[in-house]
Ligand binder design. Structure first.
Ligand code: ZN
Length: 366
C-alpha cells in the first residue's frame, strides 16, 4: 500500500506514523481523516546530546521504512519530518534548536541517504502542525486562518489557501514576541512584555505558582481554581486572557483571518479559556471582522499529521515537476524549489521559537 513516513521531533518525544494515500493528504477536494497505517513513539533523548538525537531520528526513520516494506508491501514514497527551532526548509537544514542543541544539521540529506534515496521534506514543528490543523483539523475548509499554540512559548502559523506562510526569512507568525505590555517582564528574545511571557502555559504556571503559594501548581491547576471561583486564580487568568486578546487583535488586524485556532496546553482548559477569550477579543475589535475562535482539534498529533501532509505534498510536487500525470517518488526527479528564504541567523529565542516550515520543501537525491 502506498504510504509516506511522517515524523514529528519534539523536545522530549518523537511521534511517527506511516500515512496512507488519502484525499485530504493528497490535496483532494474532500478532506477526510488521514489514514494512519502505523504509529510509533520514541523518546528524543536530548540529554544524550545533539549528535545522538540526530542519530535517533535517522534510526527511527530507517525502522519506519523497514516496517512499511515488511507490513505494507512496499517502501515509503516520501518522508516528512517536522523539527523545532529554526528550519531552512528550502535547503532542508535544521538550522538551530535551543532545546536540542543542534546547529546547521543537513537533516534532509542525512535522512534521504539513510532512507536509500526516498525524498524528504523538512518543516518547522508549529507550522507543520498548523498545516494539519488548517487542512484536516479545526480549520478544515478555512481559506485563511491563524493557528496559535499556547505551550511553553507561543508561536503561530499563518494559513493562506492551504499553505503556511513562512515569511521572507522564515520568521512569520512569531506572535509570541509581539509586545503587549511595553516595559513589562523581560523575554529571552531581548524585548520586554512579549505576549508569551504573559499568556503561554508556562507564564500562567509561573503566575499561578506565585499567586497560590504552591510551587508545584501549574496552568491546569489555575484553570481548575478559576472554575471553582478562586479570586486569585481569576486575577491570574484575566491577566493572561487580556494579554492574549491584545496580541490576537493585533494579529487579526494585520491578517484578517477567517478563523483563529487556539491550541497547546492552555487551550486544554476548554471553555474556561474560550468564553472569556472570545469576549475579550470581541471587546477590542472595532472595524475588524471577528474571526471564529476555535480550539485546535488534533492535539499533539498535529505535527505528525502535518509531516505526513508535507510528504504527500512533496510526492505531488515531484509528479508535477516531472511533468507526468501520476505521482512519482523517483529520486532522480527533482522537485520544484521551495519558496522559503533561509534564515542565516540563529537568535536565542525562548523555548519554542517558531520559524520556518513550508509545505513546499524540495527533495534531495541521495
Ligand atoms: Zn520575546
Amino acid at each position: 500500500m502506498r504510504h509516506v513516513i511522517a515524523l514529528d521531533v519534539g523536545g522530549t518525544g518523537m511521534k511517527a506514523a506511516l500515512v496512507g494515500a488519502d484525499t485530504a493528504l493528497s490535496g483532494g477536494t474532500d478532506p477526510g481523516p488521514p489514514k494512519l497505517l502505523h504509529e510509533a513513539r520514541r523518546p528524543t533523548g536530548r540529554e544524550r546530546g545533539p549528535e545522538a538525537v540526530v542519530e535517533s531520528i535517522l534510526a527511527f526513520a530507517e525502522d519506519l521504512l523497514a516496517y512499511g516494506e515488511e507490513h505494507l508491501g512496499e517502501s515509503a514514497v516520501a518522508a516528512g519530518v517536522a523539527v523545532p527551532g529554526i528550519v531552512d526548509a528550502e535547503n532542508g537544514i535544521a538550522a538551530y534548536a535551543a532545546n536540542l542543541g543542534w546547529r546547521d544539521v543537513p537533516m534532509r540529506r542525512l535522512l534521504s541517504e539513510r532512507l536509500h534515496g526516498v525524498p524528504v521534506a523538512l518543516g518547522h514543528d508549529v507550522r507543520t502542525g498548523g498545516l494539519a490543523e488548517g487542512r484536516v483539523g479545526a480549520g478544515r475548509g478555512a481559506d485563511r486562518f491563524l493557528f496559535v499554540p499556547l505551550g511553553t512559548g507561543i508561536a503561530g502559523a499563518i494559513g493562506i489557501d492551504g499553505r503556511v506562510e513562512p515569511g521572507a526569512h522564515g520568521f512569520a507568525g512569531e506572535i509570541g514576541h509581539i509586545v503587549v505590555r511595553p516595559g513589562g517582564v523581560a523575554c529571552p528574545c531581548g524585548q520586554r512584555g512579549c505576549l508569551e511571557r504573559l499568556a503561554s502555559a508556562s507564564a500562567v504556571t509561573l503566575a499561578w505558582a506565585e499567586a497560590s503559594g504552591d510551587p508545584d501548581a501549574d496552568a491546569a491547576d489555575c484553570a481548575k481554581a478559576v472554575e471553582s471561583g478562586d479570586p486569585r486564580a481569576l486575577a491570574v487568568w484575566r491577566n493572561a486572557v487580556e494579554a492574549l486578546a491584545d496580541g490576537l487583535v493585533t494579529a487579526l488586524t494585520l491578517l484578517d483571518p477567517r478563523m483563529l485556532i487556539i491550541g497547546g496546553g492552555l487551550a486544554e482548559a476548554g471553555e474556561t479559556l474560550f468564553v472569556p477569550l472570545r469576549a475579550a477579543v470581541e471587546e477590542r475589535v472595532t472595524f475588524q471582522k471577528l474571526p471564529e475562535i476555535v480550539p485546535a482539534a488534533l492535539g499533539d498529533t498535529a505535527g505528525c499529521l502535518g509531516a505526513g501532509l508535507l510528504a504527500w505534498d512533496l510526492v505531488a510536487e515531484t509528479a508535477r515537476a516531472a511533468g507526468s500525470g501520476g505521482p512519482s517518488a523517483d529520486p532522480d526527479h527533482d522537485t520544484a524549489p521551495g519558496t522559503d528564504a533561509a534564515p542565516h541567523t540563529a537568535p536565542s529565542l525562548s523555548p519554542s521559537p517558531g520559524s520556518d516550515s513550508a509545505p513546499d520543501s524540495s527533495e534531495v537525491t541521495a
